[in-house]
Structures are given as structure tokens and as C-alpha cells.
Design a protein around this ligand. Structure first.
Ligand code: HEC
Length: 154
């Protein structure tokens, strides 16, 4: 949980900074160039494999695998039923796999909502140019955008 929350805070801080200094459209470039390198550098720091994955990815490198998809579905059901979403922890051969939901807030909608609501056409043009196969739109607040998938040595 520490790895997930710390990575989230680093991505969030840098994203907010990029939006404030350059605007939403240009912050798309920040996510494109920096999201995976920031996550990877924290993987190295914590000696863990830290990933953000989704059932509807923007970057196809972040597509959830079969196990992760099942956990996305579990968290979605819990959210729908207003149950507390607790981390899922699985151990196998001395390795630990940790999964925890990534939910949307109002800020995310600028790049992940329905086109021409919070998500402006000019922003989406930029997204589409970088990610022709983007699936990551149509979200509302407080939905499951994806999950943390973190693996480390027990
Ligand atoms: C400025 C536009 C922008 C905003 C605002 C934004 N995102 Fe994204 N998001 C992106 C881009 C671009 C990517 C693809 C990054 C990459 O190539 O690694 C992405 C990727 C992701 C991913 C990885 C899975 C995937 O689809 O590739 C998650 C999870 C995610 N965003 C969640 C959020 C959440 C939660 C918020 C709000 C707290 C948010 N995003 C706000 C642009 C944005």
C-alpha cells in the first residue's frame, strides 16, 4: 500500500503541476512521456514491479491481464455495492502480488470523461494522435479507472 500511495502521490503532484503550468492539453504530453518512467523509477527505488493497469487502457502497455481483469471486476462490484475496497494480496513462490483500485475524481475527467463534456475536443485530438487505440474515455467521478498491480519479494 505504501508503494501504491507513494507512486500515486508522485504522479498526482507532477500531473497537477503540468496542468497548472501548461494547461490540460499539454499535460497530455506529460502523461505520455513521464507516467511510465516515474512509475518505473519508483519500481527501482522500492525493488518492486509497480504497474497501473486497466480494462480500458489508453496505453496498450497498461492493459490488464487475466488475473488483473478479474480483480478489476471484483473492485467494480464492491464499489457498486458500496462495500469497502480492500487490497487483494496473493502470494506465490516467495513473491507477493498486490492489487488496489484506482478511482476517478473530478480532475481526471478532463482527460478521461465523455467527449465534449469535461473532455474538450482539442485535448482529445492530442490524445488520439498519441494513442490512436485509446479506450480510456467515458468515465464519471468515483469509478474504477484501473488498478495498481504491484509485485515484490516476500
Ligand atoms: C492531462 C490528461 C490526463 C489527466 C488529467 C488524467 N490522465 Fe490518466 N492518462 C492520461 C494519459 C495520456 C495516459 C497514458 C499514459 C501512458 O502512456 O503511460 C493516462 C493513463 C492512465 C492510467 C493507466 C492506464 C491506461 O489507461 O493507460 C490510469 C490508471 C489513469 N490514467 C488514471 C487517471 C486518474 C485516476 C486520473 C485523475 C486522478 C487521471 N488519469 C488524470 C491522461 C490524463
Amino acid at each position: 500500500m505504501k508503494y501504491a500511495l507513494y507512486t500515486k502521490s508522485q504522479l498526482g503532484k507532477n500531473l497537477m503541476g503540468a496542468i497548472q503550468s501548461k494547461g490540460v492539453e499539454n499535460a497530455v504530453t506529460f502523461c505520455n512521456v513521464q507516467a511510465i518512467p516515474i512509475t518505473d523509477s519508483l519500481s527501482t527505488e522500492f525493488n518492486a514491479r509497480i504497474k497501473r493497469v486497466s480494462n480500458k487502457p489508453r496505453n496498450s502497455n497498461n492493459r490488464a491481464n487475466k488475473v488483473e481483469l478479474a480483480h478489476v471486476a471484483t473492485f467494480k462490484t464492491q464499489l457498486m455495492n458500496k462495500e469497502e475496497m480492500k487490497p487483494i494480496v496473493e502470494e506465490e513462490g516467495g513473491r507477493v502480488n498486490f492489487y488496489f483500485p484506482i478511482t476517478t475524481n473530478a480532475m481526471c475527467l478532463q482527460c478521461h470523461e465523455t467527449l465534449e463534456q469535461e473532455l474538450k475536443l482539442s485535448t482529445y485530438d492530442k490524445i488520439k494522435a498519441l494513442y490512436p487505440e485509446d479506450e480510456a474515455i467515458g468515465y464519471d467521478e468515483n469509478q474504477i479507472r484501473g488498478i495498481w498491480s504491484i509485485e515484490f519479494d516476500k
